[in-house]
Design a protein. Sequence first.
Length: 79
Amino acid sequence: MIAYKQYVTINDPAKIELTCLPFRKGQRVEVVMIAEEDDRSDRVEELRGLFRRTQALPQIQAVSDDMIAEEIEKYRAGR
């Protein structure tokens, strides 16, 4: 199977034009379209906000680095 990737920007959602393809006339091809996620930065900011809110919780303020290290060691030891 020959794989060929080409990025295009959709100008008209009713059609897409691909040019200069490396296939011969009459050759059967499979077309798979995967949209890039353009809202990734929104999700990153959403996660950062969630982290800030979580870290600001009173019960989190009582957790020390030593307590975290102890929990990691327990987890690694299978306890």
